[in-house]
Design a binder for this molecule. Structure first.
Ligand code: PMT
Length: 400
C-alpha cells in the first residue's frame, strides 16, 4: 500500500454494526503512512466512540456540520480541501441513498459534495437491503458519479442472515482503496466485462446452459481493477465472489445480458465479452413443468437465435475498444479470425475449448490474441496471468 504514503485521508464512519471495524481501518491507514481525520455521523456514535477514533487517528474527530468551534478550526470546506481521498466504511444503505441524491445535511455528506478527488464506499447492510432494487439503483448512480465501491462481502451477517452485504475485511478495503492512488495502465478508463454462462429457461425447472464457470471473466475484471480501471462486471450465474471494487450486475438469460450491456455501455472505453452467451433460447418457456406423458419417444424444442451482444456493441456509433473471445473446438485461428471480421472487433482472444486442461471451468488457459495486424500466443498459464497480459495488451492499444 505504498500509494497511501503521505496521503491525507478522511475516514467517514456511518451507523452500522461494522463500525467497530473502522478502528482497524484507521490503524491500517496510519501504518500505510497516511494522515487520517475521522468524520462520524450521529448514528455512528451509537456504535463506536469518537474518543476511540481520536486516540487511533491522533486527530480530533469531526461530527457536527454546524459546530462553531470546529468551523473556526477545520470546517467542512477545509476538510474537503485537505483530503487526498475519502473512504466511507461502513457505508449504510441510508448513506448510499443520501449520497446518491446529493444530500448535504450533515458533515460527512457535505464534505463529499465539496470534495473533488477519489471517494470509496465500503457498503455494509443486511443482504435483503443490499439486493433491494432501490439500493442497486443508488449504487448505479454513485458509480456513474465516480464513486468507487469496495465490496460488499458475502457470508454470515450480524442479524443471522447469510448473503451478500457484509462489510469487507479492513485489509481488503484498504487494498482496494489504495489502488485508487496507483498509477495503473488503465487509470481513468471505464471497462465493461461480461462473464459466465447464460441460462435459457425451458420450463420453471429446466434450462439450456453451458460449462462456463465465469473464472476467465472474473480474473479479467480483477486485472482491470488492479490496472486502475473502473469495472462493471455483467455476470451470468456463477459460484464466484465478485472482485472487490467492481460494480457487479447479475443476470440469467442472454436477453437480460444484452439489456444490461446496452444499459451500461455508454461512455465505456473498453468492452470485453468473455461470457459464453447462449446462441439460442427456447421460443416458448413453459409456465409449468413439462410432463412426460408416455405417448412420445422424442420431443421437439423450438429455438430462436439470440441477439449477438458483441456485434451490437461494435455496431454502436460511439463504440468502445471491443474485445471478443472465441471458444473453438476446431480450426481455432481461422474461426477466430472469421469472428474478428464478422463482428468487427478490435481484438479477439481465441481459446481451444476442446482441451479439458484449459478453457471452460479450468484455472488455466492458453489463448491467441488476434487483431487485424497482429497474432500473439499466450502459452498455458493461470487465467489470472493471462488476464494481466490481455489487460496490458489492451492498454497499449488504447493508450497509443
Ligand atoms: O468461464 P470459464 O469457465 O472461465 O471459461 C472461459 C471461456 C471458455 C467461457 C472464455 O474463455 C470464452 O471463450 N468465452 C467466449 C465463449 C463464447 O461464447 O464464445 P463464442 O465463440 O460462442 O462467441 C464469440 C463471442 O461472441 C464471445 O465473446 C461471446 O461473448 C460473444 N457472443 C456470443 C453470442 C451472443 N449471442 N452474444 C455474444 O456477445
Amino acid at each position: 500500500m505504498e500509494s497511501l504514503v503521505n496521503k491525507n485521508i478522511i475516514l467517514g464512519v456511518t451507523g452500522g454494526i461494522a463500525a467497530y471495524k473502522s478502528a482497524e481501518i484507521v490503524r491500517h491507514l496510519k501504518k500505510s503512512g497516511s494522515s487520517v481525520r475521522v468524520v462520524m455521523t450521529a448514528s455512528a456514535e451509537e456504535f463506536i466512540t469518537p474518543l476511540t477514533m481520536q486516540a487511533l487517528s491522533g486527530n480530533r474527530v469531526s461530527t457536527e456540520l454546524l459546530d462553531v468551534e470546529a468551523e473556526a478550526a477545520m470546517g467542512h470546506i477545509e476538510l474537503a480541501k485537505w483530503a487526498d481521498g475519502i473512504l466511507i466504511a461502513p457505508a449504510t444503505a441510508n448513506t448510499l441513498a443520501r449520497l446518491s441524491s446529493g444530500r448535504g445535511d450533515d458533515l460527512l455528506s457535505t464534505i463529499t459534495l465539496a470534495f473533488d478527488g477519489p471517494i470509496a464506499l465500503a457498503p455494509a447492510m443486511n443482504q435483503a437491503m443490499w439486493r433491494d432494487s432501490r439500493t442497486q439503483e443508488n449504487l448505479d448512480s454513485l458509480i456513474g458519479n465516480g464513486f468507487t465501491i469496495c465490496g460488499p462481502d458475502s457470508g454470515e451477517q450480524a442479524c443471522g442472515d447469510v448473503g451478500l452485504g457484509r462489510m469487507l475485511e479492513p485489509i481488503d478495503i484498504l487494498d482496494s482503496f489504495s489502488s485508487l492512488f496507483d498509477q495503473g495502465v488503465l487509470v481513468g478508463k471505464d471497462v465493461l466485462i461480461t462473464a459466465g454462462p447464460t441460462q435459457e429457461p425451458i420450463d420453471p425447472v429446466r434450462f439450456i446452459t453451458n460449462r462456463s464457470s465465469g473464472k476467465m471473466g472474473y480474473r479479467l475484471a480483477e486485472s482491470a481493477i488492479q490496472a486502475g480501471a473502473k469495472v462493471t462486471l455483467i455476470s451470468g450465474p456463477v459460484n464466484l465472489d465478485p472482485p472487490s471494487n467492481c460494480h457487479l450486475v447479475s443476470v440469467n438469460t442472454a436477453k437480460e445480458m444484452y439489456e444490461a450491456v446496452m444499459h451500461h455501455i455508454k461512455d465505456k472505453d473498453v468492452y470485453i465479452g468473455t461470457a459464453a452467451v447462449s446462441d439460442y433460447s427456447p421460443i416458448k418457456s413453459h409456465d409449468s413443468k413439462i410432463k412426460k406423458d408416455g405417448s412420445k419417444s422424442a420431443m421437439v424444442l423450438e429455438l430462436k437465435e439470440n441477439r449477438d451482444i458483441l456485434k451490437s456493441v461494435s455496431e454502436l456509433k460511439e463504440r468502445p475498444y471491443v474485445v471478443g473471445f472465441a471458444a473453438e473446438t476446431d480450426n481455432l485461428i481461422d474461426n477466430a479470425k472469421k469472428k474478428l471480421n464478422h463482428k468487427n472487433l478490435d481484438l479477439i482472444v481465441a481459446n481451444d475449448v476442446s482441451d479439458k486442461n484449459i478453457g471452460f471451468d479450468s484455472d488455466d488457459n492458453e489463448v491467441t490474441l488476434i487483431t487485424q495486424k497482429e497474432q500473439k500466443l499466450l502459452e498455458k498459464q493461470t487465467k489470472k496471468k493471462i488476464s494481466n497480459k490481455i489487460i496490458e495488451f489492451i492498454s497499449r492499444r488504447i493508450n497509443d
